[in-house]
Design a protein around this ligand. Structure first.
Ligand code: NAI
Ligand code: MG
Length: 361
C-alpha cells in the first residue's frame, strides 16, 4: 500500500453532501490500514459559486493543476445560475478530454437490499460492466449552427470516431472481460453495442474495428447487439451481460438504464480512467447535483462511497477497496441499518455515511 494525493471536487448540490460521506469511508479505510494506506486530500472549490465569482467553473490552468494529483474525486455540477452546457463542459468534459480519461467504467451489480424495479431478480444475478468511450464519438465538440432564430436555422453536430479511440476502448473491454473471467467475477463475454445498420459511416467503422479486435481474444465469447436491442435485453435479461462496450452517447444512455436496473442513481458509481496512467483519473457518482433534494442531507451517499472504492482499486489498493464495498453491502443487506428515502428508509445522508464508517472501524 502507499500514499496517494487526491483532488476532491465536491461541486454543487448533493455533490457536496455525498462526497463528504465518501471521504468518511475513505478515512475509515485509511485508519483501518494502520498507516499502510495514506490519502492526502486537497479540496477544490471549483463549482457554480466559483463561476459566479470568476466567470468560469475552474481556473484557467485548472487542468494543469489537476495533473499534480494521483486522482480526482468529483461530486456533481449543475446550478440554475450557470448554463447547463457550460457547467458540464468546463468541468467533467474538460477533465475527460484534457486528462485523456478515455475509458468510462460503470459497473452494475444487484446487491442484496437494493431496490430492483425488475420482477424476481436475485442479488448477484445481475453483474455487468459498461465500458463507455469517453473522449470522442457523438460528444466530440464538432459542429456549428447558422441563421439562428430564423426559419432557416440549421444546426449540425458531427460524431468523430478515430481508429485509435475505437480500437483502444474495444481492447480495454476485452481485457476487462478476460480479467473478470480470471477473477471468477465474469462469464468471459463481451457485447459490442453499435448501430451499424443505420449509421453507415461511424457505426460501420466501429463494427469493423470490433471484428478485427475480437480475433485477438478467442477466449472471450463476443458478439454485437444493436443499441436498441441492448436496451431491451438490459430489461428483459440483464443476467446475460458481462462486459458491454459502447460509444460515448450509447454508453451514456445505456448506463442510466443499467443504474436504474440495479437500484438507481443512489448507488451508481463511475470511473473516468486514463488507463495509460499518463494523467490522473476521475471518480464520480453517476448522479447530478439533484437540486430537488439538495441541502437537505437526504441524498443517498452510496454511489459516491462506491466511487471512492473504485478509486482505491485503481490505485491498486485492493484490500481497502474491498473493505469499503463490503461495508456498503453489509449496511444495505441489514434491515436494521439506516437507509435513505430512495432505498425505502428515513435516514439522513450523513447517518448512512456514519454507519458505513463505523462498520469499517
Ligand atoms: P440528477 O442525477 O441530479 O437527479 C435525478 C433525480 O434522481 C432527482 O429526482 C434526484 O433527486 C434523484 N437523485 C439523484 N441522485 C440521488 C441520490 N444520490 N440520492 C437520492 N436521489 C437522487 O439529474 P438531473 O435532475 O437530470 O440534473 C440535475 C443537475 O445535475 C443538472 O444541472 C444537470 O446538468 C446536472 N448533472 C450533472 C452530472 C454530473 O455532474 N456528473 C450528471 C447528471 C446531471
Ligand atoms: Mg448520463
Amino acid at each position: 500500500m502507499g500514499s496517494h494525493r487526491i483532488a476532491v471536487m465536491p461541486g454543487d448540490g448533493i455533490g457536496k453532501e455525498t462526497i463528504r460521506e465518501a471521504l468518511k469511508a475513505l478515512r475509515a479505510a485509511e485508519k483501518l490500514s494502520k498507516g499502510a494506506l495514506k490519502l492526502e486530500t486537497t479540496e477544490l472549490d471549483w463549482n457554480s459559486d466559483y463561476y459566479v465569482k470568476h466567470g468560469r467553473m475552474m481556473p484557467e490552468d485548472g487542468i494543469q493543476i489537476l495533473r499534480g494529483y494521483d486522482a480526482i474525486l468529483f461530486g456533481a455540477v449543475g446550478d440554475a445560475r450557470v448554463p447547463e452546457h457550460v457547467s458540464v463542459a468546463q468541468t467533467i468534459l474538460a477533465m475527460r478530454r484534457g486528462l485523456d480519461q478515455w475509458a468510462n467504467i460503470r459497473p452494475a451489480r444487484l446487491l442484496a437490499g437494493a431496490p430492483c424495479p425488475l420482477k424476481d431478480k436475485q442479488p448477484g444475478s445481475i453483474d455487468f460492466v459498461v465500458v463507455r468511450e469517453n473522449t470522442e464519438g457523438e460528444y466530440a465538440d464538432v459542429g456549428g449552427s447558422i441563421f439562428a432564430n430564423t426559419p432557416n436555422e440549421v444546426a449540425v453536430q458531427s460524431a468523430v470516431f478515430t481508429r485509435r479511440g475505437t480500437e483502444r476502448i474495444l481492447r480495454y473491454g476485452f481485457e476487462m472481460a478476460r480479467k473478470r473471467k480470471k477473477q471468477g467475477l465474469g462469464k468471459g463475454k463481451l457485447t459490442s453495442v453499435s448501430k451499424h445498420n443505420a449509421q453507415r459511416h461511424s457505426q460501420v467503422f466501429w463494427h469493423k474495428v470490433f471484428e478485427e479486435v475480437r480475433k485477438d481474444y478467442p477466449d472471450i465469447e463476443s458478439h454485437f447487439l444493436y443499441v436498441d436491442a441492448a436496451c431491451m435485453d438490459m430489461v428483459r435479461k440483464p443476467e446475460t451481460f458481462d462486459v458491454l462496450v459502447a460509444s460515448n452517447l450509447f454508453g451514456d444512455i445505456l448506463t442510466d438504464l443499467a443504474g436504474v436496473v440495479v437500484g438507481g442513481l443512489g448507488i451508481a458509481p463511475s470511473a473516468n480512467l486514463n488507463p495509460d496512467r499518463a494523467a490522473p483519473s476521475m471518480f464520480e457518482p453517476v448522479h447530478g447535483s439533484a437540486p430537488d433534494i439538495a441541502g437537505k442531507n437526504i441524498a443517498n451517499p452510496l454511489a459516491a462511497v462506491m466511487a471512492g472504492a473504485m478509486m482505491l482499486d485503481f490505485f491498486g489498493e485492493v484490500v481497502p477497496a474491498k473493505q469499503i464495498v463490503k461495508a456498503v453491502e453489509s449496511v444495505l443487506a441489514d434491515p436494521q441499518a439506516p437507509k435513505t428515502k430512495d432505498f425505502g428508509g428515513k435516514a439522513l445522508c450523513s447517518e448512512v455515511g456514519d454507519e458505513i464508517a463505523a462498520r469499517l472501524g
